[in-house]
Design a protein. Structure first.
Length: 151
DNA sequence: GCCAACGTTGGC
DNA sequence: GCCAACGTTGGC
């Protein structure tokens, strides 16, 4: 099973929101970046996903979710009332995809970004590269193991 | 709130 | 196809 990381602003959707309804799939929609979308399309049911809190007081990896439904057309792109509406996307040929995630667990504590930066072996993680803006990214098995081993 | 880094847009 | 202008992301 592949490993991934997705960013979220906890005001929008935090790990606690997942934990509050642990049996309810969470549609991961609103991704409007082609590179991130292409990674969404590679996700398989059963893959594990780090939930990363960004643009907030406590920045870092907060927990783990699991993919329960692989990529499907993101309905928000066709919804004129959605902030993610894309008037240039046609239903015959949707531009943007979503996946469904489900809560797996919170980490014992949030792993802050500055600690992640200090862990050896994570250089390939796009999250830690300067100027990185990718909101969906792959995590190598090695990186996954290194992060989980850091408590 | 600031601003660097990046992706996208659109004129040419 | 180039590239300047613009809007957005996201850490600080």
């Amino acid at each position: 099973m592949a490993k991934w990381l997705v960013k979220t602003e906890p005001d929008e959707c935090s790990i606690d929101d997942f934990a509050r309804a642990p049996d309810t799939p969470v549609p991961w929609d609103g991704v409007r970046n082609y590179q991130a979308r292409n990674f969404l399309r590679q996700m398989q049911a059963g893959d594990s996903v780090f939930i990363y809190h960004s643009s907030c007081r406590h920045i870092g990896i907060a927990g783990i979710a699991r993919v329960v439904r692989p990529a499907y057309p993101d309905p928000t792109q066709f919804d004129p009332t959605s902030p993610y509406h894309d008037p240039k996307s046609r239903p015959e040929q949707p531009r943007w995809d979503a996946v469904d995630l489900i809560f797996e667990r919170k980490l014992p504590r949030l792993l802050p970004l500055d600690e992640l930066r200090n862990l050896p072996g994570l250089a390939s993680l796009p999250l830690l590269r300067k100027g990185n803006r990718l909101s969906v990214m792959p995590v190598s098995e090695d990186a996954w193991r290194i992060i989980l081993a850091h408590r």
